[in-house]
Design a protein around this ligand. Structure first.
Ligand code: SF4
Ligand code: SF4
Length: 179
């Protein structure tokens, strides 16, 4: 029984002289190649040339420090609750006397991890954070072969303490404060 009328009978017709010579087809192909020499290139020579990212690009997360170099995060867990991919986990700890220069708040994250294989870079963690501690940057998360390498801990997330190595998130911060 015929279910649809989409079937097509293929007719094996004789090739014409031009088709048998192949030359017109080859010339046609060369003409198309030649035409593209004069067109604007749609590709770039990556990695020598890099595309400009949109200002709203969301990439590698950063856990920010304040002006005095103290970690902003207070391990409140709001980012983890807001995360639709359940990519964030953390362990809270209490700041001990003498650690005031390391952590801004009395409670801090002794462990903070993001599973980059789960993350969909939606930015909801950034929006949920009441301490302006987590931001998504324009840095690319590189590919890899080991799943374990995609659990990013504080070593990969907290920005360096040195002032000249800080991650500039001023653009995102401006947009963040506007909302
Ligand atoms: S960007 Fe989205 S998916 Fe990724 S950790 Fe933040 S809330 Fe979760
Ligand atoms: S990053 Fe922000 S929302 Fe997440 S635990 Fe730290 S302070 Fe709370």
């Amino acid at each position: 029984m015929q279910l649809t009328n989409r079937s097509k009978v293929v007719v094996r017709k004789e090739m014409s002289l031009a088709e048998r010579l192949y030359l017109p087809a080859i010339l046609g192909g060369l003409f198309i190649t030649f035409k593209h020499f004069f067109r604007k290139k749609t590709t770039i020579s990556y990695p020598e040339v890099q595309r400009q990212f949109t200002p709203v690009y969301r990439g590698h997360h950063v856990l920010k420090r304040d002006e005095q170099g103290r970690e902003n995060c207070t391990a409140c867990g709001l980012c983890a609750v807001a995360c639709p991919a359940e990519a964030i986990t953390m362990t809270a700890a209490e700041r001990k006397p003498g650690e005031e220069k390391m952590y801004r708040e009395e409670k801090y994250a002794s462990v903070y991890e993001i599973n980059m294989l789960r993350c969909i870079f939606c930015g909801l963690c950034e929006e949920a954070c009441p301490k302006e501690a987590i931001f998504l940057t324009d840095k690319i998360v590189h590919s890899g072969y080991e799943r374990q390498g995609f659990i990013f801990g504080k070593d990969k997330l907290v920005e360096p303490v040195e002032a000249d190595k800080r991650v500039d998130i001023s653009g995102r911060l401006k947009a963040h404060r506007k909302n």
